[in-house]
Design a protein around this ligand. Structure first.
Ligand code: UD1
Ligand code: UDP
Length: 363
């Protein structure tokens, strides 16, 4: 069975790393990289460090408005699909690369497999929400990370092909945390940054809702960070870099340490050793939860509602006082972690098993 996997953005490389390992024995996987993320530390570093098979096609689409970026991907993915005639196409998550891959395949009657199906923020102003809803509605096999995601699909009338596989990001965290801890080149990150375990907070910012607020929004967030008793380390996403640099230059913040985006192994080390995570990232909220690090999510809603139990994750509007208050005054309840809503860490194995079954049927 021939499977085309379309990836393009950082979190998709991380998800693909574990799934591709599991798929190696069950199908011929052809990886297509749309080029949505292209800086070395947003793309190549993940392929190298996580040993993801090299993409057979690199479409080089790059940045652009939603229409231009998605449209160019659609044209180029269609060409690949016509040439390769795969039995199925697999996409991850909710980026423009996800939607373009799914749409190109569905129009050619190629079965679409969606990993991380069924997530909803119920905020249609988020580009990701549109990508998820549209992708789910044209997918044939939908691998949900949680029971909530299964229910969300049911509420939209989608039940065929739906499976609660568990969350592939849990597989990634379990698999790569150990490797990260054993790698002296990676553990040197603390010394390199001049930070001590549990003496810093870790933050990331890249959502459109954050950056659309421009400099004032970033300043409001940074004013809260400035007041926190520990330094805030921020591997800064390229989307937010210039706003973050301007905020620091204009306001002279001294408690914020901006660094370049790091590879996944260093990121796992930074997360597991932080005393708190503050983020608008979907993936990082969950990694904080997996690694039992309290998190403040800098958004007004989350798709990962399970993480909110016992205040392990709390939401905050992008207002200085609220962020500060939530960051210093939230107490977590360890008893709230007795449930494991994200599966058993073998989501990739379940996806591979479903593919094997599908392969039997297309023989
Ligand atoms: C995208 C996804 C988002 C996901 C995020 C993961 C969409 C609509 N958004 O957001 O769901 O959470 O990836 O990180 O698909 N840039 C660079 N170098 C790069 C990549 C981006 O400089 O390698 C800059 C460009 O100025 C670009 C901007 O970042 O315009 C935004 O990149 P884009 O891929 O459009 O969106 P993300 O914010 O990365
Ligand atoms: N990440 C990383 N290096 C960084 C910042 C994030 O490896 O400098 C990882 C992070 O650990 C998580 C994923 O990137 O696995 C999250 O990606 P991002 O926040 O860009 O997107 P989202 O998850 O919000 O879609």
């Amino acid at each position: 069975m021939k499977l085309i996997t379309v990836v393009g953005a950082r979190p998709q490389f991380i998800k693909a790393s574990v799934v591709s390992m599991a798929l190696a024995h069950v199908c011929d996987e052809v990886i297509v990289h749309t080029g949505q993320h292209y800086d070395r530390n947003m793309s190549d570093v993940f392929f190298e460090e996580l040993k993801i098979p090299k993409p057979a096609y690199h479409l080089g689409v790059g940045s652009g408005t939603h229409g231009k970026q998605t449209g160019e991907m659609l044209i180029k993915i269609e060409e690949v699909l016509q040439k390769e005639t795969p039995d199925a196409l697999l996409v991850y998550g909710d980026t423009n690369s996800t939607l373009a891959g799914a749409l190109a395949a569905a129009k050619l009657h190629i079965p679409v497999l969606h990993v991380e199906a069924g997530l909803r923020s119920f905020n249609r102003r988020m580009p990701e929400e549109l990508n998820r809803v549209l992708t789910d509605h044209i997918s044939d096999l939908l691998f949900c990370p949680t029971q909530t995601a299964v229910q969300n699909l049911k509420n939209e009338g989608i039940t065929a092909g739906v499976q609660n596989s568990g969350d592939v990001m849990l597989d990634s965290v379990l698999h790569f945390s150990k490797l990260a801890g054993e790698n002296p080149e990676k553990t040197a990150i603390f010394q390199k940054l001049g930070i001590q375990p549990k003496q810093y907070r870790l933050a990331t910012l890249h959502r459109a809702e954050t950056t659309d607020g421009g400099l004032p929004a970033v300043e409001r967030i940074f004013r809260a960070f400035e007041r926190l008793p520990q330094k805030v380390v921020i591997p800064i996403h390229p989307r937010t870099r210039s706003l973050a640099e301007s905020a620091i230059a204009q306001c002279g913040f001294r408690n914020i340490q901006l660094i370049d985006p790091v590879g996944y192994l260093e990121m796992l080390l930074l997360t597991s050793n932080a005393c708190q995570v503050l983020t608008d990232s979907g993936g990082l909220q969950k990694e904080a939860w997996f690694l039992e690090i309290p998190c403040v999510t800098l958004r007004s809603e989350t798709e990962w509602v399970e993480t909110l139990a016992g205040n392990w994750n709390v939401l905050s509007a992008l207002e200085t006082d609220e962020i500060y208050d939530k960051a210093v005054n939230t107490k977590v309840d360890p008893a709230a972690r007795s449930q494991m809503p994200f599966g058993d860490g073998n989501a990739s194995g379940k996806i591979a098993a479903a593919l094997l079954q599908m392969g039997e049927n297309v023989k």
